[in-house]
Write a protein that binds this ligand. Structure first.
Ligand code: AMP
Ligand code: ZN
Length: 103
């Protein structure tokens, strides 16, 4: 999706460094971190929110990537957050899982 900021990041438009990446998902630092480590895990295909996610294998990949990000960034304890819908605070409509913690 051309106008989606996370699709642009995934497309390499800004040269964003990925904290973690595989065939299905990528993870990068949040631009406005709310914790010492604040990483966003996103599917490589454009899915607007959790409500539009049908693929259960991809659900597993996303959670698996959260754990991989925690391991890679040295987080033993962390919060994982998914905002779904504008009223719940979702600002970017490309599904993302927040991974937040302190080392
Ligand atoms: P949410 O409120 O759950 O939709 O979260 C969107 C998150 O995306 C916020 O924490 C923003 O700081 C973050 N964000 C927005 N634009 C960018 C960007 N270009 N690169 C990295 N993170 C971003
Ligand atoms: Zn997108």
């Amino acid at each position: 999706m051309e106008e989606c900021i996370f699709c642009k990041i995934l497309n390499g438009d800004f040269g964003t460094e990925f904290v973690y990446e595989n065939d299905y998902v990528a993870a990068f630092n949040d631009i406005n971190p709310k914790a010492p480590v604040h990483v966003l895990v996103v599917p490589k295909v454009h899915i607007a929110s959790l409500n539009e996610l049908e693929d259960k294998n991809l659900m597993g990949e996303l959670l698996s990537a959260v754990r991989a990000v925690a391991q890679k960034t040295g987080l033993k304890a962390y919060k994982t957050l998914i905002n779904t819908g504008k009223e719940a605070g979702q600002e970017v409509f490309h599904l993302h899982l927040h991974v937040m913690g302190d080392k």
